[in-house]
Design a protein around this ligand. Structure first.
Ligand code: HPA
Length: 245
């Protein structure tokens, strides 16, 4: 029986459509995950949901225990991870409200515990990360979105910044020169940790705002929240189609 993990980001602390079966608070060798795991069914499929920033939403991106989160999902029996990720849009196709399924990433974070492979090792392990997202899972997300009548961008380079502050316009200009289309704060080390545990991982990015310097004036939390409310509702539609497929 397959069990798909959903990691909910900013704007998705609970998955209202899930018929909840049970909640479980797991301990891991890396400490406590951000929230209890919620197990349930949606459109006939089993899911386990984790609120990345905690429930209520209190953990900033650099304080999230990514290792505990990914470990707990693996321990719970998840065989794939779909991450919802609020992002800023850099590329011109990535305006507020847009959904996108990135195909590549660049990690600009620092100081985050980013590997399971560091203590009591028999040998040093370097995972392959050439293609950071599961192509199979990416295709399923894109097909599900289109079946739900949602427009979605297939691909994009996700740049992960440290946060919690938003970026400067110059930082975004540099990221654009680097080839980034989207900017978020939580995609790494999450994606790499999933790979270390052999968990297929893909992200659905929900564009909350134009990244710094790409839109008019300052970025406000009110703007972010407004676009996220709509984008996350679209993501839940996508997920329902995914469950039915
Ligand atoms: N930058 C980084 N992360 C984000 C942004 C942004 O502009 N918007 C939502 N998450």
């Amino acid at each position: 029986m397959s069990l798909t993990a959903i990691i909910g980001g900013t704007g998705l602390t609970r998955l209202e459509r899930l018929d909840i079966i049970r909640r479980e608070t797991l301990a891991t060798p890396y400490g406590a995950p951000s929230s209890a795991l919620t197990f349930g069914r949606l459109a006939g499929r089993d899911f386990v949901f984790l609120a990345r920033h905690g429930d209520p939403h209190t953990l900033p991106p650099h304080r999230i225990n990514y290792r505990a989160n990914v470990w707990a999902l693996k321990q719970a029996g998840a065989d794939a991870v779909i991450a919802a990720a609020a992002v800023g849009g850099i590329g011109e196709r990535m305006g507020p409200g847009r959904l996108a399924v990135p195909h590549q990433l660049i990690d600009y974070t620092w100081g985050r515990a980013g590997t399971f492979f560091e203590d009591e090792l028999d040998h040093v392990t370097h995972i392959d990360f050439t293609v950071p997202y599961s192509e199979d899972l990416r295709r399923k997300l894109i097909t599900s979105a289109r079946a739900a009548g949602l427009s979605i961008v297939d691909g994009g380079v996700y740049g992960c910044t440290q946060g919690p502050r938003l970026e400067t316009a110059a930082e975004i200009a540099r990221m654009e020169r680097d080839g980034c289309d989207l900017v978020g704060m939580t995609g790494m080390p999450e994606a790499a940790l999933a790979r270390e545990l052999d968990l297929p991982y893909a992200a659905c990015a929900i564009v909350a705002n134009w990244a710094a310097g790409k839109g008019e004036g300052e970025i406000t939390m009110a703007e972010i929240e407004r676009h996220l409310a709509r984008g996350m509702a679209d993501f839940v539609e996508l997920l329902t189609r995914f469950a039915e497929s």
